[in-house]
Write a new protein. Structure first.
Length: 217
């Protein structure tokens, strides 16, 4: 469907909103951006992002609601399948350990009631992560630096480690899968974990066998 041409002013508002949600380190409030306040212009923002394989997301964190953007589910899956944007194993392990300590465990105790990944605390620390026997101190510190650079982790009080704002860019489906990953790590033998593994196996398409010498397009 062809988009109705916008006035110069509305075009500038849409471009400004897109730039904000694509680059902001955290949530973008609607108040400074007329294109995020207007239903019609917000729809234009969403369509422009969709043309780039992105989606407009409304999220809550720290008691505030705002906007951000992320990869559409099928695009994210394709990029991951091609190895693009995939974290190294040690980085994934560190991120999971931080999420288990700062979000999953506090939520199970009733201390973290928000649906957001951005817990306010208590955080964890490098020394606490070092108690895990599967990663050395020499592996942990570079992994933490990389995760901070990607904004998947951030520092809290007294240099504690907390989930970072990049997690707000996950779609609902991607976020649900990450929660399932935490369940698989924390309770691998539970009925829920077995159900998750069974469902994922059923959803995985069978590998296509190609004749020898045929190159995938």
């Amino acid at each position: 469907m062809n988009e109705v041409p916008l006035s110069d002013l509305d075009e500038a508002r849409v471009c400004s909103a897109i730039a904000a949600v694509e680059t902001a380190d955290g949530l973008v409030p609607s108040e400074p951006f007329p294109a995020l306040q207007s239903d019609a212009l917000r729809a234009v923002v969403a369509r422009r992002l969709a043309g780039l394989g992105r989606v407009l997301l409304i999220r809550e964190a720290h008691g505030r609601t705002g906007y951000t953007s992320g990869y559409e589910d099928s695009v994210a899956a394709r990029l991951a399948g091609e190895g693009i944007g995939v974290l190294p194993p040690v980085d994934r392990a560190v991120l999971i350990m931080v999420l288990l300590r700062t979000v999953a465990a506090p939520r199970a105790r009733g201390e973290h009631r928000s649906a957001s990944w951005l817990a306010d605390g208590p955080g964890t620390s490098t020394d606490e992560l070092y108690t895990n026997p599967y990663a050395t101190y020499e592996q942990l510190r570079p992994a933490i630096r990389r995760l901070k650079a990607r904004r998947l982790l951030r520092e809290g009080f007294h240099r504690s480690l907390l989930p970072g704002p990049a997690l707000l860019r996950l779609t609902d489906k991607q976020s649900a899968r990450l929660w399932e990953d935490l369940v698989l790590v924390a309770e691998p033998d539970s009925m829920y974990s077995r159900a998750i593994r069974r469902r994922r196996q059923e959803q995985t398409p069978p590998a296509q066998v190609r004749p020898r010498g045929e190159v995938e397009p």
